[in-house]
Write a protein that binds this ligand. Structure first.
Ligand code: GLY
Length: 369
């Protein structure tokens, strides 16, 4: 099982002090010299859970590289690569839960605040680390988004390894279980079939076969260094058992991620359709621009999502959304917040080390899948 790193491990490793020019106080605790911005890396909670058999989680590696002087976006992407490569996270990269045809299709985007550049890929098959292909779109093309076969050809041309199948035995086992549950429904009309597919998937979450965070799962990771340079990246295998070709919020600029180098960054995990409808990461960054705190900016987006959720199929018996959406928000000064519709967690790494913290929730209790 993945094990979150704690603050003591981090400080003991010396990683926090490595690139910050920290001075030791008399009691041995590091003191940060005053800077324009307080460096921080914030992510969804899987950013402090998976190590892909190494020692560092995503936020620890990204923070260490960033504070050692690596470009912020390069550091964040090295961080999320750990989760993309780790088959234990069935929501991202290799071993991500596949679409309805059993094919793993990956989405990712990234934004570089200071350079004002962006890149993304959607419905990409065969490449374990879609965030690096998104970065190649940012760096090497005049475009912002490549999809499907075109994205895969682009990756192959640049020398990325393209594999036939990114399923692991575990992701294939869970897909077969889902398929078995909906087979009797295959001859229903399309609307009933879609509902049956969603109901079977959510039942697997309720029964504990799939972690709810992995059904809609994703990793978003944002950071700011001491110079106030802000970047972000989001990468995902998207909604489990989605219709082939479905693209969620993750690779869409303004939805799964938005960065404005003068203001801050916001990214999301959770039900992509709810976020796409309101381009909520853009909304969050615009709220930051108007002077709101990261928490208040994120809450505004969550209220918008709640107000836009009116279809009964998406509401539980309390009239609340039947899904989770979370935002990970950081402003240029290094203030940050993790917020969600319902109780959740997020990861953060500062000079004090990595932590997994509870999000600020708009609504009480847990998501009622
Ligand atoms: N937020 C991930 C997705 O909906 O695809």
């Amino acid at each position: 099982m993945p094990v979150p790193l704690n603050r003591r491990d981090f400080v003991r490793s010396g990683a926090a002090a490595a690139g910050l020019g920290l001075t030791a106080r008399a009691n041995g605790a590091p003191a940060v010299q005053s800077r324009a911005s307080v460096p921080v890396v914030i992510s969804s909670s899987n950013g402090n859970s998976y190590t892909h058999d190494g020692k560092e989680t995503c936020v620890v590696r990204a923070f260490r590289l960033m504070t050692e002087g690596t470009d912020v976006l390069d550091a964040l992407i090295e961080g999320v690569n750990i989760v993309e490569r780790d088959p234990q996270d069935t929501s991202v990269g290799y071993g991500g839960l596949p679409n309805a045809d059993g094919v793993v299709q990956l989405d990712s985007c990234c934004m570089h605040g200071p350079k004002k550049r962006a890149g993304g890929v959607a419905a990409l098959e065969g490449v374990r680390i879609p965030s690096l292909v998104a970065k190649a779109v940012l760096e090497q093309t005049d475009h912002h988004l490549l999809v499907g076969a075109g994205a895969q050809t682009f990756a192959r041309q640049l020398g990325f390894t393209v594999e036939d199948d990114l399923n692991t035995p575990e992701s294939r086992r869970l897909w077969l279980e889902w398929k078995r549950r909906i087979d009797p429904e295959h001859f229903l009309d399309p609307e009933k079939r879609a509902r049956a597919g969603a109901d079977a998937g959510l039942a697997m979450v309720r029964e504990g076969l799939i972690d709810g965070a992995h059904y809609f799962g994703t990793i978003n990771c944002n950071g700011v260094n001491t110079r106030g340079e802000v970047c972000g990246v989001t990468t995902t295998s998207g909604l489990a058992w989605k219709i082939p070709g479905r693209v969620g919020d993750s690779p869409i600029l303004g939805a799964g991620l938005y960065v404005d180098g003068q203001v801050g960054a916001a990214g999301s995990t959770g039900r992509g359709e709810a976020n796409l409808f309101g381009l909520c990461s853009y909304l969050v960054v615009e709220q930051l621009r108007q002077g709101k705190s990261p928490k208040d900016a994120g809450m505004e987006a969550l209220r918008r999502i709640k107000a836009n959720t009116i279809e009964t199929r998406l509401l539980d018996d309390r009239g609340q959304p039947r899904f989770q959406v979370s935002f990970y928000v950081v402003n240029r000064a290094g203030q940050f917040a993790g917020v969600s519709l319902f109780e959740g967690d997020y990861a953060v790494c500062t000079a004090n080390g990595p932590e997994t913290r509870p999000t600020e929730a708009l609504l009480p209790g847990k998501a009622n899948w």
